[in-house]
Design a protein around this ligand. Structure first.
Ligand SMILES: *Cc1c(COP(=O)(O)O)cnc(C)c1O
Length: 481
């Protein structure tokens, strides 16, 4: 019997009666086919959820008899999608089209091919992580990073005290471990301009307090002089701490001593200087027009007593914290029982060693972060034009536009790189809805909105993904609203 639209809207309970029972559903040909590929239990589980969702849609008044009848023949497809959605990994590869090279929400630095290969080679089986193959004795895992790290930094500092290195889970752990080992119960002198929050709740004053060290603030927010440090030194001083102001910049009436002068002061007064360098930058960013970003090598060659850096920022390797410094200080840190709690795993060492080997052999252009930072705006623009040509349609207007991109990861916050993006305009989807539709693709595409336009900045997309991205965008063009 045919009812009018109005009638069916008023009699919801009739709509519920149109829903098949689970038992009847499983008898349909669509489900018979599904049962050949999927376990019965997961089909039942998913079908229950799909039926419940349809009941809720009816209750919310979102169905008419017509809409329900047009959906029912495809319930097996919806159930198959539901199974696929719930059985895939929640941690997935995404296409980063934000243009932000070091995006903490997107896992920061992508690993190089050599890093991935070395993980495959060493982690699928056993490895000599802590075994000296010559003597057959136990050794320490840091040997897999130490020599290469020192080589990547330019080798020996002639005439200087020997350096040693240590790897922990991240730079926050490295900083904490160093403070706890070298300054517990004593004073640490820090400029008021460097009492910073790095992000994710990592605040220098809090980390210092947790480490058991006593904070001795010197100078002011905008200006700290060498004399301020000097006046604060006492018999109770254990460390001078320098923190890289990585994620903000100060302009105007500002001053702080050069690292070189802090190191001289430390040597003169016999107080070690600890530089929380943060970014792990090895190759200067000057060719990109970013002159102010210090490198890991600066402190190393100036003879800084201890330096901490992140592995997955501008260094371009796996998440880890690198501690490099005078061998006697590093040895003390290694003996801290907390080192055992913070030590990195074999996957990290495998990726770190390969990344270091790339630096040591002058192959840093194979490290994705380097490639992305150095990609030319013209080259990126040409790729944007190619993709735009593939996808331009009545539903989805695509156009290459010049943009500025951020480095991210709390580095060089004021620096902008000239880049290019595919600007998208969808005939039915507003920018936020389009951004969501892009994230629901497989693989998900993460873009950004700027001045009401959806932008896909290709600086952070590997060129071999261009064709994939083009066909994903074609799917968006024809997708249902
Ligand atoms: C990023 C950063 C940290 C924290 O590094 P994680 O590896 O994320 O723990 C600490 N100090 C500085 C100066 C940083 O830039």
């Amino acid at each position: 019997m045919k009812r009018s639209h109005q009638e069916s809207d008023r009699s919801d309970s009739n709509l519920y009666r149109l829903l098949p029972s689970l038992h009847d559903l499983l008898q349909t040909p669509g489900f018979a086919a599904l049962l050949e590929t999927e376990p019965r239990a997961s089909i039942i589980h998913a079908a229950r959820r799909v039926l419940l969702r349809m009941q809720q849609e009816i209750a919310a008044g979102r169905h008419t008899q017509a809409s329900l009848e047009s959906e029912l023949p495809f319930v097996h497809v919806t159930v198959a999608e539901e199974i696929a959605r719930t059985s895939r990994y929640s941690l997935r590869r995404v296409i980063n089209a934000t243009g932000v090279v070091l995006h903490t929400n997107l896992g920061r630095a992508p690993l190089s091919v050599s890093a991935l290969k070395h993980i495959l080679e060493t982690a699928g089986g056993y490895s000599n992580l802590e075994l000296d193959l010559e003597t057959g004795e136990r050794s320490r895992r840091d040997v897999h990073a130490e020599q290469l790290l020192l080589r990547a930094m330019g080798g020996d500092r002639r005439g200087a005290a020997p350096y040693s290195a240590l790897v922990v889970n991240n730079c926050a752990a490295a900083t904490f471990l160093a403070l706890n080992t070298l300054a517990e119960g004593g004073e640490v002198v820090v400029s008021r301009g460097e009492l910073v929050e790095i992000g994710g709740g990592f605040r220098i004053p809090e980390i210092l307090a947790k480490s058991g060290a006593i904070l001795r603030e010197v100078g002011t927010t905008n200006r700290t002089r060498l004399a301020d440090y000097e006046d604060a030194l006492s018999a109770g001083t254990r460390l001078i701490l320098r923190v890289h102001q990585s994620n903000f910049s100060m302009e105007g009436f500002t001053a702080r001593p050069a690292l070189r002068d802090l190191i001289s002061l430390g040597k003169r007064c016999h107080v070690p200087v600890f530089d929380d360098q943060g970014t792990g930058l090895i190759t200067s960013l000057e060719p990109l027009g970013i002159a102010s970003e210090p490198t890991l090598l600066d402190g190393f060659h100036l003879g800084c007593d201890l330096i901490a850096a992140s592995g997955d920022k501008l260094f371009g390797g796996p998440q880890c914290g690198l501690l490099i410094g005078n061998a006697d200080l590093v040895q003390k840190i290694r003996k801290n029982p907390l080192y055992r709690a913070f030590r990195a795993g074999k996957l990290t060492y495998a990726a770190l060693q390969a990344t270091l080997a790339d630096y040591a052999s002058g192959k840093e252009s194979t490290i994705p972060v380097h490639r992305m930072l150095n990609a030319s705006a013209t080259e990126i623009f040409n790729r944007c034009e190619w993709i735009s040509r593939q996808v331009n349609s009545a539903e989805l207007a695509a156009q290459a536009v010049p943009v500025l991109s951020l480095i991210g990861g709390g580095t060089a916050p004021t620096a902008r790189l000239h880049s290019a993006a595919v600007s998208l305009h969808h005939s039915r989807l507003q920018p936020q809805a389009l951004l969501l539709a892009l994230r629901r693709l497989e693989p998900p595409v993460v873009g950004r909105i700027h001045e009401d336009q959806v932008l896909l900045d290709l600086r952070t997309v590997e060129p071999e993904f261009d064709a994939t991205l083009a066909s994903l965008l074609q799917q968006i063009a024809v997708s249902r609203p």
